[in-house]
Structure formats: structure tokens, C-alpha cells
Design a protein around this ligand. Structure first.
Ligand SMILES: Nc1ncnc2c1ncn2[C@@H]1O[C@H](COP(=O)(O)OP(=O)(O)OP(=O)(O)O)[C@@H](O)[C@H]1O
Length: 490
């Protein structure tokens, strides 16, 4: 593991999307392999193993994980079992996964070997995967069919090596045109772009600051953009915080939250400098789905997150997608609905819910996996004043009773600040002020930055202070102002 001397200089480059390309490309390549396997003539019983050659091409192109490679091997085995010309095709169920895993091992460990700038992976994988897979297959065949040793050692194993050599030729013959085709169609990144993509697995990354979330010197540039939308951001969020983030439209609030959920950089791609840590783990060393266990997010277009017919089906659907065990789903639905006071609506059709109830359901969806941190991006933009108040009372309850840490992006500060302990002002990707609510509101008013968002009741207090009045408590709500004026009067 390498230590990083200055986290501000550490870069992570990533292209947008692409996590399912291995499925598309493997399916196409295996289809080609199956056709070639069925139509190709054999010369003296010798023919390339097209299935292995094509999945080697797919693995070299998409660099899947070992788990994904195992899946590729099993699919190849099933295709082989169904189309086999051999007397005992079931050996493929073991030999093909061995071939796919061998190929993946080579792709992960020998990628640096190049001749005149050209990758040697297709040649190496074509030969080694065929020998390993073929060797396993004929060994199984020897025991099942009780073949004599002399036939096994002098005829069958040498034949496997010959087919390995043939595959060392046909694999690159298919690899390079396939690479050109997929790059030209935009399905794959070009080699130059692939070289830029980063891998942080070799770094020892630990947060310098304590906190559930720690953003350290975080700078981020969206894919295909030049200017950073977050610029050297430092922010740590402590357990139990109710943090409100505000700022002008386009100042980078949503991007900041996306960095907390791992969507930046994993989903949006682009270039990230510095680091975002969630529960002590660097987001570049974690997946979005792993982070979802710690951070649950409700986006501003939350209605589009709903897909099922009924309330309980909706939550079950989210949980099943996240791989939660079936026996835990019932309890998780009951607990999540109770937290948002939606238990009586458990079997109700989504089409029969009000706007506020639909929002509560999305929150229940997010809560079902019990993430410690809840992030809400402009949650009240579509709600009327009563709905907004009910929303913040609910979130306050989640914060106080259920101990969830809350992060809210909000323009409408009046409704959020009575419950918040921190207010962060962001402007052009910089954090200008991070303090308790009163400090940040005073900063916004005095520096005239996003002053229109300062609640009128607090602005009124500041105006009165300028004419010589002083008050013991900040006017963060109308009630606080009424109390202060009563004190003044008495
Ligand atoms: N996917 C994207 N690709 C490129 N640029 C983007 C992308 N998403 C946002 N941006 C740009 O990044 C900047 C910050 O956007 P962001 O959504 O983070 O701001 P915001 O403060 O949340 O704005 P709003 O209050 O309007 O939602 C904007 O200039 C926006 O145009």
C-alpha cells in the first residue's frame, strides 16, 4: 500500500457509466463464438476453441471482476453444454469458469506486458485460458471415460496445447477489430482514455479529520467540462448533525451531496482531486452500493424514484435490489413505515397517495436499509407550507429520536433552520461559511452573499440591532422573535 503525502494532489479520473458494458460485450462475443463453434470445420480433429477465444476477447476488453468472470465462465459453459460435440459435455461446467478466471487473473496482473505498444493480453489469455480450461476438461473426461494414461499424456494433453497455440493466434485476430468496433460505436473507451482511468486500490487512504463524512481538499470537474464545480472543499459532518447547505442556484450544492453518496465520481465520472470519506472509507475505494448502506439520498425529483404498485411492494423492491435477505424484508418494511408514520398505508396503491405521502414513502425507501446519514436535495421544492412544515417535523424526529445524521440542501431556510445545528454557505464551488445557523446567516447578510435567502424575521433582527437594540436569542423563527419582543416590552 502506498501512502499519499498530500491528499490535495491525489487525482481520480473516471468515465461516466459503463458498469454493465461487460455484459453487453460478453453476450455479443459469446454469440459470435457459438456461431463459429457450430460452423467451423476441424482439420484432423483440431479446431480453435472459439468459445474460449471470444470470452477472452470480452474479458480483455472489459476487465471484469473475478465474480463477474465466474458468471461469464458459467454462461460459456451452459452454451457449450447445449452445443457440444463431445461425449461428456458437463465437464465444461468446471473447465469454462477455470478458463474465464485464468483469463481475468492474467488481465489483472500482466496488463503491463506490451510489444511495440501493443497489448500482449489477447495472446497470453488465449493460450493460457485454453490450456487451463482444456486441461481441466480432458482431465475430467479421462476419469469419467476411464481413458488410458498413455492416450491422456501422449495424445490428449498435447492436443490441448496445440489448441492453446491456435487460440493464441485467433484471440488477438478477433481482439483488435473488436476493440476498434466497440470504440467507434462508443461502447468502449479508447485505449488512451482507458489509460487515464484511475485505480486507487493501491493507496492507503485515511481521513485526517474525524466525522461520519469528511471531505478533504475536494475538487471536482464533471466529465467533458473544464472548470471545477467544487473547489478545494473541506467539510466534516459529525454524528447527530442536522446540517443545512445553501447557496445560489448552480453554486455546487447538489454536486457536494453527490460526492457524499459516491455518485461523484463513480456515476458521473469526471476528475476528482482530494478525497471524500464516508464512515472512514475513501469513496474511490468503495462502490456506490456499499456506500448506500451508510448514506441514503432523496433527490429533488424524488417522485421518479417510485416504481411499484403498492407501498409495501415499493420498499420490498428497493430492498430486493440491494440484495437484502427475504426474511429481513418484512421487518425492514414495518420499521421504515413506522418511522415515517405510514404504517396504515402499507397496502395502499401508490396512485392513491397524496404528494406528501409519496414523499414519505421515498423517505421510507431510503430508511429501509437503515443508513446512518440521510441526504435530502431540495426536499420541499414541490410542497406547500403545511407539507414543508410536516416534512421538517418528520426529519427532526428522524434526527432526534432515531439518531440519523441529516444533510439538507435548502433555499427555503425559514422552514429548515429551526431544526438545524449547522448552516453551510457555498458559492461557486467554495465553502464560504460553515458555522452555527446564526453565524452563517449573519455572514450572508453582512457580506451580501445570497442575502435574499436570509429569513425576513432574522433580517429584521439584524436591522433592529443596527439601530441599537440587542437580543439574547437569535430570531430563527417567528416564535423566537415574538418571545424576544415580549421580553423587550416587559
Ligand atoms: N452532470 C453534469 N455535467 C456537467 N455539469 C453539470 C452536471 N451537473 C451539474 N453541472 C453543473 O455544475 C454546476 C453546479 O451544479 P449543482 O447542481 O451542483 O448546483 P446547485 O447549487 O445544486 O444548483 P441548483 O440549486 O440549481 O440545483 C452548474 O453549473 C451545473 O450546470
Amino acid at each position: 500500500m502506498e501512502k499519499v503525502a498530500d491528499i490535495a494532489t491525489l487525482e481520480f479520473h473516471h468515465r461516466q457509466g459503463g458498469q454493465f458494458r461487460w455484459i453487453t460485450i460478453t453476450t455479443l462475443m459469446l454469440a459470435i463464438g457459438t456461431i463459429l463453434h457450430l460452423v467451423s470445420p476441424s482439420v484432423g480433429g483440431v479446431t480453435p476453441n472459439w468459445t474460449i477465444a471470444t470470452y477472452c476477447v470480452a474479458i480483455c476488453l472489459t476487465k471484469p471482476s473475478y465474480k463477474q468472470a465466474l458468471g461469464i465462465g458459467l454462461v460459456a459453459a451452459l452454451v457449450n453444454v447445449l452445443t457440444s460435440k463431445s461425449g461428456f459435455p458437463y465437464g465444461n461446467l468446471i473447465s469454462e469458469p477455470i478458463g474465464a478466471l485464468t483469463c481475468t487473473f492474467i488481465v489483472k496482473n500482466l496488463a503491463g506486458i506490451k510489444i511495440k505498444g501493443h497489448s500482449c493480453l489477447p495472446v497470453l489469455t488465449g493460450f493460457a485460458a485454453t490450456c487451463m480450461s482444456g486441461g481441466a476438461f480432458v482431465t475430467i473426461l479421462k476419469f469419467v471415460m476411464d481413458l488410458p494414461n498413455v492416450v491422456y499424456f501422449t495424445a490428449i494433453l498435447p492436443l490441448v496445447v496445440i489448441i492453446g497455440l491456435l487460440n493464441a493466434v485467433v484471440t488477438p485476430v478477433m481482439y483488435f477489430p473488436a476493440l476498434r468496433l466497440f470504440v467507434s460505436r462508443g461502447i468502449l473507451d479508447s485505449l488512451e482514455e482507458q489509460e487515464v482511468a484511475s485505480d486507487h486500490s493501491m493507496y492507503e487512504l485515511h481521513p485526517e479529520k474525524e466525522g461520519l463524512i469528511s471531505l478533504e481538499h475536494l475538487t471536482y470537474i464533471y466529465n467533458k467540462q473544464k472548470e471545477p464545480v467544487l473547489d478545494d472543499v473541506n467539510l466534516s459532518i459529525q454524528k447527530g448533525d442536522f446540517l443545512v447547505i445553501t447557496g445560489e442556484s448552480g453554486s455546487g450544492k447538489s454536486s457536494l451531496c453527490m460526492a457524499m453518496t459516491g455518485a461523484i465520481p463513480h456515476y458521473f465520472g469526471g476528475v476528482m482531486k482530494g478525497m471524500a470519506y464516508v464512515n472512514g472509507k475513501a469513496t474511490t475505494q468503495t462502490t456506490i452500493s456499499d456506500l448506500a448502506g451508510s448514506v441514503g439520498a432523496m433527490l429533488d425529483d424524488y417522485d421518479s424514484q417510485l416504481v411499484a404498485m403498492t407501498v409495501e411492494e415499493e420498499i420490498a423492491f428497493s430492498l430486493e435490489n440491494q440484495g437484502v435477505a427475504p426474511e429481513k424484508i418484512e421487518t425492514a418494511i414495518t420499521e421504515a413505515l413506522a418511522k415515517v408514520s405510514m404504517s396504515p398505508y402499507r397496502t395502499r396503491l401508490l396512485s392513491k397517495l397524496s404528494g406528501g405521502q409519496r414523499q414519505r414513502l421515498v423517505i421510507a425507501d431510503v430508511l429501509a436499509t437503515n443508513p446512518e446519514i440521510l441526504v435530502f436535495d431540495e426536499p420541499t421544492s414541490a410542497l406547500d407550507p403545511e407539507g414543508t412544515q410536516a416534512f421538517y417535523e418528520l426529519v427532526h424526529d428522524l434526527n432526534v429520536t432515531y439518531k440519523h445524521t441529516i444533510v439538507v440542501i435548502e433555499h427555503n431556510l425559514e422552514s429548515a433552520i429551526p431544526y438545524a445545528n449547522r448552516l453551510v454557505l457555498i458559492d461557486h464551488g467554495h465553502i464560504l461559511c460553515d458555522g452555527d445557523v446564526e453565524t452563517t446567516l449573519r455572514y450572508m447578510h453582512e457580506k451580501n452573499i445570497y442575502k435574499t435567502a436570509v429569513p425576513p424575521v432574522f433580517a429584521c433582527q439584524l436591522d433592529l440591532e443596527q439601530s441599537g437594540c440587542s437580543f439574547r436569542q437569535p430570531w430563527l423563527s417567528t416564535q423566537a422573535a415574538v418571545t424576544a419582543l415580549q421580553e423587550l416590552h416587559s
